[in-house]
Write a protein that binds this ligand. Structure first.
Ligand SMILES: Nc1c(C(=O)O)ncn1[C@@H]1O[C@H](COP(=O)(O)O)[C@@H](O)[C@H]1O
Length: 169
């Protein structure tokens, strides 16, 4: 259902977070290393055939001159979600701008840089699929509820820490 593509093996540390969230939501997905620069024909073939192979959303993560999401979007009508991978030289700003500044006509839904972006890419892909899948929608609702509870618990933990600190001073 979801294809997760990355420009290099080195992007896996980031893109594994997309795979993890999709696994937690029981959304079928596959992972691929494809590069617009290093394996252009393979990347274009994959994106061209993705819809016929049953994929519904493509998540593509890359760093630096991150042309992968945009080039995949060029040859498919599937929604493409881009994840800017944190780069050493420019802290991911290069990746972000390479992905977000698409010319009008060929959209890529651009996420935040790095881990949070990779998690959100998985969630957004699941939200798109949930439009036609009640099971995924229910699991997304449970994820949100869990998030809500975690924040409330964290507030309690912060207050407890503050009270303990106050008592020891
Ligand atoms: N941006 C792209 C593309 C592409 O856009 O197709 N292919 C590889 N790369 C990026 O090069 C960075 C360094 O790659 P290496 O670690 O393999 O040298 C990676 O973040 C990758 O996404």
């Amino acid at each position: 259902m979801v294809a997760i593509a990355m420009g290099s093996r080195s992007d896996w540390e980031t893109m594994k977070h997309t795979a993890e969230i999709l696994r937690d939501l029981a959304v079928p997905h596959t992972v691929h290393v494809l590069s617009a620069h290093r394996t252009p024909d393979r990347m274009l073939d994959f994106a061209r055939e993705a819809a016929d192979h049953g994929y519904r959303v493509i998540v593509a993560g890359a760093g630096g001159a991150a042309h992968l999401p945009g080039m995949m979007a060029t040859v498919t009508l599937l929604p493409v979600i881009g994840v800017p991978v944190l780069s050493a030289a420019l802290q991911g700003l290069d990746s972000l701008l390479s992905i977000v500044q698409m010319p009008g006509g060929i959209p890529v839904a651009t996420m935040a840089i790095g881990r949070a972006g990779a998690i959100n890419a998985g969630l957004l892909a699941a939200e798109i699929l949930a439009l036609q899948d009640d099971g995924i929608r229910e699991r997304l609702a449970a994820y949100r509820e869990n998030l809500r509870r975690t924040v409330i618990q964290s507030e309690e933990a912060v207050r407890e820490a503050w009270q303990t600190q106050g008592a020891s001073e």
